[in-house]
Design a protein around this ligand. Sequence first.
Ligand code: NDP
Length: 332
Amino acid sequence: MDAAWPCAYTDWAMSETPVRNLIIIGSGPAGLTAAIYAARANLKPLCIEGFSAGGLIPGGQLMFTTDVENYPGFPEKVTGQELMQRFRDQAEHQGTEFVTADVTKVDLSQRPFKVWTDEAMFLAKAVIVATGARANYLGLPSEEGLKNKGVSACAVCDGALFRNQDVAVVGGGDTAMEEASYLAGLCKSVTLIHRRDEFRASKAMVQRVVENPKIKILYSHVVEEVLGAAEDHVTGIVVKSLKTGEKNTVPLAAMFVAIGHTPMTDLFVGQLETHPNGYLKTTPGSSRTSVEGVFAAGDVQDWTYRQAVTAAGTGCMAALDAERWLGAQGAH
Ligand code: NDP
């Protein structure tokens, strides 16, 4: 912390609020990996880890998954919660300071940057945004109670739990095609349900799906209900044809919802540049955003890979980029 760092806000420069080297917003794999690297570089980072699932999710999306079997280094499966606790312990052990609160506002227009929670305002020379993304769900009441009990938004994470069973994928974009193809390699059958009679996904990916004998496509259908509340796991779904209104029950063990993700960028609207799909823009090959001194890592800037390990990788990039940038400013 360095209260003497050039401060545009004279009143604050003279106030008690210290100017920190680095604030990390978010505590999923990206934010916590950034924290580990930044702390080891002696930046004494502050990680604002989020308080409620309504705002930032402490620990990120992994807190809502069950077993993680694809994070390297854990040959015996590990739960999402345990994995994130280990990340957090390591970040804390290396010297990261944590604040458990939702960030309510940021001002990235001048340096030092300002970050508010309900209780306090923090100043920082550099900021890493690692706020993640939220999977979109259908919004059915029956779906909510069966999340992680057969309702999933990630085939790569949960598909193996349903080996040799019947499953469904909902959606018509590239993710739905990818998930359907992936699941067809593991499961007995995949019913792909799309609300229109034409897919949004790229031709090549549609082709793979259409040609796969294990995938059955229900065009112009919507899911009306997820069954299995009494059994406490998914046992089937009720689908409705939008053309005829006919309803049918499809028995299956899991429903994978692939109807897009929403990046958590509300705090940064009008301050950081985004792609047309809402994800934060970073300079290719780096974590630099459109504002100098602000870096982005993890799912808030990645709609393609979206894995814990890739989020962790970009968290490392952001910490290294921030450290180098601070060094070049003579600020650290
Ligand atoms: P998209 O937004 O591309 O597709 C979402 C799909 O879900 C659409 O087909 C949409 O239907 C459907 N949908 C949305 N809301 C509902 C709802 N409430 N009920 C039923 N269906 C719904 O999201 P994706 O995650 O598929 O892709 C996001 C981005 O990532 C895209 O740019 C995609 O190209 C890219 N991507 C690329 C990959 C690759 O190249 N390997 C892999 C995965 C993603 P409708 O079509 O009617 O709007």
